[in-house]
Design a protein around this ligand. Sequence first.
Ligand SMILES: [Zn+2]
Length: 487
Amino acid sequence: MLCGRSTVTVGDCWYHGYMSSSGAGALVVQAYRFALDPTARQRRMLASHEGAARFAFNRLLAEVKADIDRYHAGEPTVLDGWSLAALRRHWNRRKHQWAVNPVSGEPWWPVNSKEAYSSGLDGLARALKSWRSGRGRFPRFRKRRHRMGVRFTTGAIRVESDRRHVTLPRIGRVRTHESTRKLARRVEAGTARILAATVRQDAAGRWHVAFTVEVQRAVGKEARPAHARRLAPEWQPVGVDVGARDLIVAATADGREVLRVPAPRSLGHAQARLRRLQRRRARQQRGSNRQQRTTRRIGRVHARAANMRRDTIAKVTTALAHGCDHLVIEDLNVAGMGARKPGAGNGGRASNRALADAALAEVHRQLAYKTRWYGADLTVADRWHPSSKTCSGCGRQKPRLSLAERTYHCDGCGLTLDRDRNAAVNLARLTRDPKMRPAGSGPVAGRGADHETDPAHAGDAGGREASTLHQPELGKTGTASPQGEAA
Ligand SMILES: [Zn+2]
């Protein structure tokens, strides 16, 4: 079996994971995240560590800026580079001057674990690196509302056998809000090893810990649980459409819808509630107690909605990877991505489009590793592939299709079909295009419109024009169509 590098993301933490196989199993780096119920004292210590990370980040960012000015003025620079190691060296040289009580002169840096400062410096080194490579903007000073993660890599890090506590360096034994059973069981069985723990506060003010864990797990179809529900016959490609209204619509090339999962219902409520709270906050006096209370409420709504989305996506992607052998998904809309982060910060109303983009990114991320765990293939369609605008019956393309049009109606063949299912069917059919290659081997489905506008490809009808005439049935019957796998 092959070894490959992958990036596994959970919450806001990014880990470079790896898979190396030995027999049927593989070593996978995974994250397990648990909400915490710290005591008042532990909350203070957690906040202190977060503050320490922020302080180191901001302090060294000021040094970097000063160095840039010195450089432009033709003076010698102070820092010997912007790597984490260089920033850390500089911090250790100067912390005795910086991290002291201005009145008593007492140093306060020993109060926090040195890993708190390292976490801040690591964040800075990464931000500078991404700015230098043109991927991000120049880092800004972190305000108090900016949540900083603190990553512990050494010392006492463990889940306790009572499954309701975790132990963290400096912080001690912290009660968890939820059971740690999933991880504890693996650790007890000797199939998991904890590498690190990152603590972070969410928008609602709740603390979480994310353990980075090396897990020995079965990989391949054998890893699918016995009770897993099959969604499509063996090796039949399944197209996956991700949207804001219905989170997931999955369908096979012959038009059968195999899975439809609506977006968590309360998300709509959450959005309405957010708009109301944001209007209220705008009216309230700046910095007043009332406004702060509203801000906290907004944070809680955001956090709850984000948790719900995460949970739903986790379940759906597992069901898809368990139940299908070949999944096809549209590429991320890179242009739209990152322009706005829904649920982040206090401002912007998250548009449906932004929510759908974020959901798609999360589905991508989770399918990337889950298909590997459970022995399925994943194909990513070219991002210019017009899966929504193409008629899955005759391959004709609409010049435009507004987001409000929930039903696809084709002027060519008369096909009337749910918009998302139409898109999913088109995605499933893509794999039979000779230009398609499995994900990971570069771009798929040639860019541009050359083949996409070609009806023969879209329907894979192989020129059997007659077959497309039956397509209006496709929406209702939900079983094999004349275009099925006959050939
Ligand atoms: Zn048509």
